[in-house]
Design a protein around this ligand. Structure first.
Ligand code: GLU
Length: 268
């Protein structure tokens, strides 16, 4: 009897460990996975009028989901504006975020990151006929610059370029419309994002100057979810190894004219 009960307890203990592991690894048990992306960033992640999503971040997000066992029809997409990303993860409203999300030490206090899966850097977008903005130095002459609340580029301008009139909007597409309408002089964020807008409106805009930061895009997960983080890192590595990463890069950034880079090493 005692032996039987001990065995029973052991089996239960093992089952408890196994189910704890399953819970730790499986984003949720609803049979669906919820992924946060941008909806308005051509080349990276854009929601088209028919409701479908496309872009590099979307391809990465779909690849990761498939490796976690979720085919495309089991993904629920949620819009993740820059300023809401940490909150969406902390509240458990998304399982992970693939949303042009730079890995930074201050964000690491609140969330964890898999990756990085792409390297980029901050740059400037101006109207195609502009001649007086050639780089960050020209901004100090009281130029009106637009960026997005809760983003690293907006923070960097605030910290390092005090002479610039920074306007913070909720989305980069709103900044780009303001640029088109002459309400502002330039937009700043990562060059892959800016190049996507330039490619979408040929002849309207141009990128100027050099990259003036290094942004490493990571996949955001809830702080402490090491099991999910590890599985996402495995998926990114596999995407790079089997050629899907390269295909996604060419398909999404080809129009913007970027050469295919070597993917950055994963930071386990
Ligand atoms: N990569 C930068 C960031 O995470 C800018 C792009 C964005 O706002 O999504 O803040």
């Amino acid at each position: 009897m005692l032996a039987g009960r001990t065995l029973h307890m052991r089996v239960c203990a093992v089952l408890a460990v196994v189910s704890a592991l399953l819970v730790a690894c499986t984003p949720n048990d609803s049979g669906k996975i919820t992924v946060g992306v941008k909806f308005d960033q051509p080349g990276l992640s854009v929601k088209k009028p028919d409701g479908t999503l496309s872009g590099f971040d979307v391809d990465v997000a779909r690849y990761v989901a498939s490796r976690l066992g979720y085919p495309p029809d089991r993904i629920t997409w949620i819009e993740a504006p820059s300023a809401q990303r940490e909150m969406l993860l902390r509240n458990g409203q998304v399982d992970y975020l693939v949303a042009t999300y730079s890995i930074t030490d201050s964000r690491r206090q609140k969330v964890d990151f898999a990756g990085p899966y792409l390297l980029t850097g901050q740059s400037l977008l101006v109207r195609a006929d502009n001649t007086d903005i050639t780089g960050t130095a020209s901004l100090q002459r009281h130029k009106k610059l637009c960026s997005v609340s809760g983003s690293t580029p907006a923070q960097r301008i605030k910290d390092r370029y005090p002479g610039v009139q920074l306007q913070r909007y909720d989305t980069y597409s709103a900044c780009v419309e303001a640029l088109r309408n002459n309400a502002i002089d330039a937009v700043t964020t990562d060059d892959v994002i800016l190049a996507g807008y330039a490619a979408q409106s040929p002849g309207s805009f141009k990128l100027v100057g050099k990259r003036f930061s290094e942004e490493k895009y990571g996949i955001g997960v809830q702080k402490g979810n090491d099991g999910l983080r590890r599985r996402i890192n495995d998926a990114i590595e596999e995407m790079e190894r089997d050629g899907s990463w390269r295909t996604a890069f060419v398909e999404n950034f080809g129009a913007a004219g970027f050469a295919v880079p070597v993917p950055p090493p994963i930071e386990r």
